[in-house]
Design a binder for this molecule. Structure first.
Ligand SMILES: *Cc1c(COP(=O)(O)O)cnc(C)c1O
Length: 500
């Protein structure tokens, strides 16, 4: 397989600076010149003096250093880095939406409110919940909302002794963090040999101090919980509520509705499943769906119908309403409206059958990769997976090679590394999620590269442990790179050019 060369690092723009060079030609003054007030213009900035073209090349060069889904394969497990159709972006940039002021009144924002309302309805339909709030700004915030709702529900019934949330060890890392943030106690549950919840351990954990259970479906091994109905029944029987981490709805769309399985509350990640761009910290949308019993506790405001249409040709009057016992606001105004627009456009563009095919293909693609790689890599839970699966990134008899080295070597082929060292219950884990938007040719390339890397690990492990070889910056000291982040194109005093 051919390795890929990358845009080399451009010379630092400061090295190109030449005194007196100008990037912009201003027109001749046609008014009397005025003196700038004292101290108005800073003279200590020491800006580089370069021409326009050099400045353009500098910024274009920097943009090429960014890895993106629009450029290359991005099989980052648990992140659903799928292609974001450009029609979503067009929708989000429509001036009527993009320029809307968040304080504009109800009458003049009917279109936006109708859109939020419709999105709530569709998300509810997709997951089988009668009520949805699109206010939370991220998956983790949606989780936080859901657990606060469960807590508020028990408290409203005078039940204050329920302080525990059961969390399987195959849950996403945010789940136990959420429980702790919500002031409850996370009780870890082991998995059985098939990667399912250990039912005996669950039975033992269920009592009247359990507020609920928080379960990632499919779990972080990419597996659908085999005894899901039994799990839901056991928790409900002891008076707990069921929270589903639905960030990975990419494998369930149009196939299974969590509400039908008996879940009480769930969050969606619009910025994963419903294809809004993400990475780099946001923005996102962690919408929350729930049963009728929990609806009064939803974070708000949510879009509602204030007055029904008087006749068929008329539209109802939409407005924002605060659920009766809402846990409150999690985000200013309406949540991340740009994300709602993109998710709305995505669902409309695909339609019901298209949405179902998204999950069919996401699951097919992951299983295709698993089936084509399990003879050269250890697949610890080698059964039909959802949208992602886990490999062990090490080889018997090759001590020096770790999951990280495989990831670094993948970069030489222009492929983004999979998720490393997560889930924690698999040693040297590589969590791979191809998503449905990749075609067979791309998957075949990935398979070929992964198989080649497996051979290299045995024949020439040094090639892996010193990778990447073709990226503008090779291995960095990851601790120092995070702790002494250099965000300036000018060499910082501690910056070592040779090492970087
Ligand atoms: C991504 C993810 C989250 C967290 O979502 P954020 O938007 O990053 O806060 C939670 N659970 C699962 C299973 C996820 O994949």
């Amino acid at each position: 397989m051919k390795e890929q060369t990358f845009t080399p690092l451009q010379p630092l723009i400061y090295d190109l600076s030449s005194p007196g060079r100008e990037g912009v030609k201003l027109p001749k003054l046609d008014v009397p010149a005025a003196e700038l007030p004292e101290g108005f213009a800073r003279t200590d900035l020491d800006l580089p003096e370069v021409g326009e073209l050099q400045a353009v090349r500098h910024f274009t060069g920097l943009s090429h250093l960014n890895f993106s889904i629009d450029g290359n394969l991005y099989p980052l497990g648990s992140c659903t880095m799928k292609y974001n159709p450009k029609v979503n972006e067009d929708a989000a940039r429509l001036p009527g939406f993009a320029h809307l002021h968040p304080l504009a009144d109800t009458e003049s924002t009917q279109g936006a409110l109708a859109l939020i309302y419709q999105l709530q309805e569709w998300l509810g339909e997709i997951a089988g919940f009668p009520a949805v709030s699109v206010e939370p700004a991220a998956g983790a915030q949606g989780e936080f909302a859901g657990i606060l709702m469960i807590r508020a529900y028990h408290h409203s019934r005078g039940d204050h002794k329920r302080t525990k949330i059961i969390v399987p060890n195959s849950a996403h890392g945010t789940n136990p963090a959420t429980v702790t943030m919500a002031g409850l106690e996370a009780v870890e549950l082991p998995s059985d040999d098939d990667g399912n919840v250990d039912l005996a351990a669950l039975k033992a954990a269920c009592d009247d101090t359990v507020a609920g259970m928080m379960i990632t479906v499919p779990n972080t091994l990419g597996l659908f919980e085999g005894h899901i109905l039994e799990v839901v029944r056991l928790v409900h029987e002891c008076g707990g509520l069921m929270y589903m981490d639905g960030a990975n709805m990419n494998s369930l769309l149009g196939i299974v509705k969590p509400g039908d399985l008996g879940f009480d509350v769930m969050h969606y990640n619009l910025h994963k499943t419903f294809s809004t761009p993400h990475g780099g910290g946001g923005p996102g949308s962690g919408a929350v769906g729930c049963t009728k019993a929990l609806a009064p506790y939803l974070p708000g405001p949510i879009a509602g119908i204030l007055a029904q249409a008087s006749d068929e040709d008329d539209a109802p009057l939409y407005g924002l309403v605060m659920p009766e016992h809402s846990i409150g606001r999690l985000k200013a105004f309406h949540g991340n409206f740009g994300m709602h627009l993109r998710a709305y456009a995505y669902i409309r563009a695909y339609g019901a059958e298209g949405i179902r095919n998204v999950s069919r293909h996401a699951v097919l693609n992951a299983n295709y990769l698993r089936a084509k790689l399990h003879d050269v890599y250890t697949v610890p839970y080698d059964r039909i997976c959802g949208h992602e699966f886990v490999l062990e990134g090490h080889f018997e008899g090759v001590e020096s090679v770790h999951a990280l080295d495989i990831s670094k070597r993948l970069m030489d082929f222009g492929i983004h590394p999979p998720t490393n060292y997560f889930p924690l219950i698999v040693p040297e884990a590589l969590l791979i999620e191809p998503t449905e938007t990749e075609d067979k040719a791309t998957l075949d390339t990935f398979i070929e590269v992964m198989r080649q890397i497996a051979s290299e690990a045995r024949e020439n492990p040094e090639l892996l442990t010193s990778a990447p070889h073709h990226t503008p910056v090779s291995r960095v000291d990851e601790v120092r790179a995070a702790k002494q982040l250099v965000l300036c194109c000018r060499p910082a005093p501690t910056w070592d050019k040779e090492k970087a």
